[in-house]
Design a protein around this ligand. Structure first.
Ligand SMILES: [Zn+2]
Ligand SMILES: [Zn+2]
Length: 277
């Protein structure tokens, strides 16, 4: 079985370049933006872009491509106009993914000054999206660090979404840095197992389908989202060794988003070195 380990690589010069860059860095999977993340106007992909990405898949052997929606998309925004724009932008993301043969469109869960109202707003946005999501594409909800008014940083918050929307096209993208900042300790075998027991009880492990592997600059429970290079933060190599060799996760794409892309190759080499160690 081929392990899917990679990075969020740049689409400068064309989407296909993210795969060639990934190959150079030692990736077997990549995460990309399918359009400029600063651009809000919904855009579609051309047949030429689709063909170039398919060619890059064949030439690099990197079949697994994950998308990350623009960071600023807030499907829970209290402002109706902002929310409509966010909705249109994410729906366009899902449609680009369908055209490009991308299964997972990772999205942040948004924020709201009133947590409960925010969760209800988010659930309504997701309910509408599920009516429009194209075949073959999943909404990958990212576990958040809990910074500011952010929603969905505890497993209970996702359980609330699944109670309202028990739909298999809603899946989880777990971010190791965010989990740790939100108070889930992955450093010792005991706390690691307790975390997954809670996840399984509240959400269900089969719903976890994408990983972001990032170390954390900030301590456990800080609720501050600051990524660090693998093994150089508060999580340390031990947590990554547990995650990489956990049979529950070995089939899932694992992607780094560490701060300096010039060090991606080094981070990836560390991860590959810990596989089956
Ligand atoms: Zn993210
Ligand atoms: Zn983050």
């Amino acid at each position: 079985m081929q392990r899917l380990i990679g990075a969020h690589t740049s689409i400068a010069g064309g989407l296909q370049n993210a795969l060639y860059e990934g190959k150079r860095l030692g990736c077997t999977a990549v995460q990309i933006f399918t359009a400029s993340p600063r651009q809000w106007q919904p855009t579609s992909v051309s047949t030429e872009q689709v063909a170039k990405l398919q060619q890059a898949r064949r030439e690099t052997g990197i079949e697994c491509v994950v998308s990350h929606a623009a960071y600023l998309i807030n499907l829970a925004s209290p402002d109706a106009d902002t929310r409509r724009k966010a909705y249109a932008a994410y729906l366009a993301e899902l449609q680009r993914c369908a055209a490009l043969g991308i299964r997972y469109a990772v999205v942040h869960m948004g924020s709201h000054p009133d947590f409960d109202t925010g969760m209800q707003t988010l659930i309504e946005s997701l309910r509408q999206l599920l009516a429009e999501v194209p075949d073959g594409v999943c909404i990958a909800m990212e576990t958040m660090a809990g910074q500011g008014n952010a929603l969905c940083y505890r497993f209970e918050h996702f359980a609330q979404i699944y109670d309202a929307l028990p739909d298999e096209r809603l899946v989880i993208c777990a971010d190791s840095c965010h989990l740790f900042a939100a108070g889930y300790d992955l450093r010792t075998p005991e706390t690691y197992e307790a975390t997954w027991a809670a996840f399984d009880r509240l959400i269900g492990l089969s719903r976890l389908q994408v990983w972001h592997l990032n170390d954390s600059k900030k301590p456990l429970g800080s609720r501050v989202d600051r990524h660090e290079h693998i093994g150089e933060g508060e999580l340390g190599l031990g947590a990554f060794r547990l995650l990489l060799n956990d049979p529950r996760f070995t089939r899932l794409p694992m992607l780094i988003e560490t701060p300096n892309e010039e060090r991606f190759a080094e981070d990836l080499a560390k991860l590959w070195g810990m596989v089956n160690e």
